[in-house]
Design a binder for this molecule. Sequence first.
Ligand code: GRF
Length: 180
Amino acid sequence: MNIKLAVMASGRGSNFEALVHAARTGRLHAAICMLVCDQPNAPVCSIARSYDIPVISFDEQTAGKIRAAGCNLIALAGFMRIVSPEFVRQFPGRILNIHPSLLPRFRGLHAQRQALEHHETIAGCTVHVVNSEVDSGTVIAQRVVFIKPGDTEESLSARILKEEHKLYAEAIQHYSGWLS
Ligand code: GRF
């Protein structure tokens, strides 16, 4: 399948930028058609504009705009809203998310902090299909990151983020092979 990807993000945008790089360097065979952002002043919007990728706001028209642009896959990348069941129903099996834990461990916010608080020895990141419950759809890829003695939420998050940047493009590429 030729991937036409819409990315939905709210903040910093490092995963968005990693996907753009992967697409531009041929590691991900995808056209990134648009960024959907619910925060007009978020850094991710400036990143998109710097690559001439259209930015659209998040409202009731969003699903229609994604379809009108011919996008066949949606990647949530730090999108800080829960997408509604109606939205999910319109793109069955076509919405992916990346989460900074080894799901099903540590759903929701501050997953890295949760891993430290539970004295885990491993953490990591997960790419999964989005369903109508938070961080609970089918897992399609995971990567383990070892927790080191003395790790803080910041140091662990930074190491996981590095892996996220590689994993998301790989997972999207792999998953698209299963779609028609
Ligand atoms: C990442 O840790 C991602 O796993 C989570 O939100 C964060 C987004 O970071 N869903 P960024 O905006 O991509 O830098």
